[in-house]
Ligand binder design. Structure first.
Ligand SMILES: NC(=O)C[C@H](N)C(=O)O
Length: 306
């Protein structure tokens, strides 16, 4: 296989994102994350190190619905899901319903590398984190004034409002065509305690296979899970569609069949980019060489030199 031009592509979630100031912060956040992932790759890190670093940066940024800033359960708690996958050997790790963990994506990676399992949940996942030297935060440390306000508003209206904040994800390819994908979320507004999302499910929230491509999704988790959105996009590419065609087509079909919205970012095995969403907006950014491309609105593709 000839050398591929490396790319790190991230999303900061699909949703309405109607607030102008918030949209600015979200765009700044995805741009920083794409640059961070690319730097990791450039300084000798692996592609999985790069997608993890990009996602961690967004987990730490409370403008996103992952890590600090995650949506709260109806009980007012943060319960997070994350998954990570390596395309060369299909190794993968995930966590679900984890509390008080600063970077769930790092814990998903530990599941991948240090256990014979693919998915750990709740208390067991937390115990595993402690065994691995990850210190849990004080209960409530990941709750923010914005998420408390969002929960109070949601309870008043009792649902219906489309999400303002987004799940985060990253896909990457290195010069040897090695792919990886990572996704992390606080779930969705008004969720029950104990609810698991698409984000921890391989083939729904995350997928990577060096023979085809890598995908990270966002949006209505129950619909994404029923449709196996990430794997549907992979299948489309396997059948000869480009990354962008497969991404846009699968999102359209899912949205029509299940009447709920989603978004996804995709890389093909040759480093082609796919970006699609059926929500009003989805923030995304990618770095390729010394160019940083980004957008949030339909058909927007802006570019900065880096
Ligand atoms: N905004 C999101 O992507 C939410 C996530 N897919 C979930 O349903 O938990």
């Amino acid at each position: 296989m000839p050398d591929v031009e490396p790319v790190i592509l991230v999303h900061g979630g699909a949703g309405t994102i109607s607030d102008f100031a918030k949209a600015e912060r979200v765009i700044a956040g995805v741009k920083e994350a794409a640059k961070k992932g690319y730097q990791v790759l450039r300084s000798g890190g692996s592609v999985v190190d790069a997608v993890q670093a990009a996602v961690e940066l967004m987990e730490d940024n409370e403008v996103f619905n992952a890590g600090r800033g995650s949506y709260l359960t109806l009980d007012g708690e943060v319960e997070m899901d994350a998954s990570i996958m390596v395309g060369s050997d299909l190794s993968a790790g995930a966590v679900t319903v984890v509390k008080d963990i600063k970077n769930p994506i790092a814990l998903a990676r530990l599941v991948m590398e240090k256990t014979g399992h693919v998915l750990l949940a709740g208390e067991g996942a937390k115990r595993f984190a402690v065994d691995q030297g990850v210190k849990p935060l004080e209960p409530g440390a990941l709750v923010t004034p914005a998420t408390l306000e969002a929960l109070a508003k949601w309870k008043l209206k009792h649902g219906g409002a489309p999400s303002e904040m987004g799940t985060v994800g990253a896909v990457g390819i290195d010069s040897k065509g090695r792919l990886a994908a990572a996704t992390s979320t606080g779930g969705r507004e008004g969720k029950m305690a104990g609810r698991s999302s698409d984000t921890c499910m391989l083939g729904s929230g995350t997928y990577a296979d060096d023979e085809i491509g890598a995908v990270s999704t966002t949006g209505h988790g129950e619909s994404i899970a029923k449709f196996c959105l990430a794997h549907a996009i992979i299948r489309g590419m396997g059948n000869g569609e480009s990354a962008d065609e497969a991404t846009k087509k699968c999102i359209d079909v899912m949205t029509q069949r299940l009447n709920n919205t989603a978004g996804a970012i995709t890389l093909s095995r040759t480093g082609e980019v796919g970006i699609g969403f059926s929500t009003n907006r989805m923030s995304w950014a990618y770095q390729k060489k010394n160019k940083l491309y980004f957008g949030i609105d339909k058909n927007q593709c802006s570019c900065d030199d880096v």
